[in-house]
Design a protein around this ligand. Structure first.
Ligand SMILES: NC(=O)c1ccc[n+]([C@@H]2O[C@H](COP(=O)([O-])OP(=O)(O)OC[C@H]3O[C@@H](n4cnc5c(N)ncnc54)[C@H](OP(=O)(O)O)[C@@H]3O)[C@@H](O)[C@H]2O)c1
Length: 327
């Protein structure tokens, strides 16, 4: 099969190769998926580049955890009725050598989730990390109807879904962005107010927009950069759910967080408990079937151009998700 792979970590153009690899056979409890798309996420380039304690996961890595396609074979113990199912993939390359940047992947049956007919394969490649991360963040924040939420980085791949989940829960959304195009993108996802974090005083704007009260929850894309804003934006007893950090360490306003009984929650989408995984899959499936999610595929590349796709994600050059089309 045709696949993209690397055998050493480094810059995209130096280490990513595209060529022939053995077609996998599904083992017990596994399905094999003929992939149509593969989603590129920041953690894919971070794993490929290495550093910050990330070593090479296997002698040969086929990258990417997200993707979508059709089940074309099943292993022992999996009903043959699954053959032909349209599916999307989660954790395709989490603690596994062979991810979705290939014509085929064999993986546990539960990691290939039915993709409704109303959702195309490119959108299906945005679900495993961006959509599930945003959804889990909202579950941890316990956002209620009429809560006010600050979505930090509201135009990001995760942030765009976060705005939608906030609105679906009946919350009011404030979103930070870095410019007009990102402001428009965040508004499409449901942001009621946008704040340019590069040119405006975020704390003052949030206070003005909440009558001085602060928001009930912050969904944070970069704890290292933004922890210092928490005293200015979060209300007492509020919660900040962190899914991203720009550096390995962050300085947090510890005394303010303690004096205000604030909650700081961090999580890794790859590593959900079985109960959380079941809950997010169930909710995503319901929303997909009901056609209530907007997917933002920002740019598509053919598999052969995987290095350019990684560079685009690494530079933050694309508004929306970057997706590879698999031949
Ligand atoms: N914990 C997890 O399981 C998990 C899951 C998914 C993603 N992540 C991490 O979360 C981060 C975002 O992922 P993504 O796929 O959404 O990436 P993305 O599509 O590149 O979005 C990131 C967004 O954040 C904005 N941003 C950057 N610095 C910011 C700051 N200081 N304040 C506010 N906004 C800022 C960026 O826009 P501007 O630069 O123009 O502001 C961009 O719109 C990555 O670091 C990723 O590794 C973690």
């Amino acid at each position: 099969m045709r696949a993209a792979f690397y055998t050493e970590q480094g810059p995209a153009r130096e280490v990513l190769k595209v060529g022939e690899q053995p077609k996998p056979e599904p083992g017990p409890g596994e399905v094999r998926v003929r992939l149509r798309t593969s989603g590129v996420n920041p953690s894919d380039w971070k794993a490929r580049r290495g550093g910050s304690g990330r070593g090479l996961a296997a002698p040969l890595v086929i990258p990417h955890s997200d993707g979508a396609g059709d089940i074309d074979a099943v292993g022992p113990g999996v009903p043959v009725s699954r053959i032909g199912e349209r599916v999307w993939i989660w954790n395709g390359q989490w603690k596994r050598a062979f991810g979705t940047a290939a014509q085929y992947i064999a993986l546990p049956s539960a990691q290939a989730v039915p993709l409704p007919q109303n959702t195309d394969y490119a959108s299906g490649a945005c679900l495993g990390i961006p959509a599930l991360t945003a959804l889990q963040a909202f579950r941890l924040a316990q956002v209620q109807r009429e809560s006010v939420v600050l979505v930090s980085g509201g135009a990001g791949a995760v942030g765009h879904y976060a705005g939608q989940f906030a609105k679906l829960r009946g919350a009011r959304v404030l979103a930070t962005v870095s410019g007009d195009a990102k402001a428009a993108h965040a508004r499409e996802a449901g942001a009621d107010s946008v704040i340019n974090y590069r040119t405006e005083d975020v704390g003052a704007r949030v206070k003005a927009l909440t009558n001085g009260r602060g928001v009930d929850a912050v969904i944070e894309v970069d704890l290292t950069a933004n922890a210092k804003l928490l005293p200015a934006v979060l209300r007492p007893h509020g919660v900040a759910v962190v899914y991203g950090t720009g550096a390995a360490e962050a300085s947090i306003p510890a005394l303010w967080l303690m004096l205000n009984s604030a909650t700081l929650r961090l999580f890794l989408i790859y590593d959900l408990s079985a109960a959380d995984r079941a809950a997010v899959l169930d909710e995503i499936n319901t929303l997909l079937v009901q056609g209530r999610l907007v997917h933002a595929v920002g740019q598509r590349f053919p598999l052969d151009k995987i290095a350019e796709a990684h560079e685009a994600v690494e530079r933050g050059a694309v508004i929306g998700n970057v997706v590879l089309d698999i031949p």
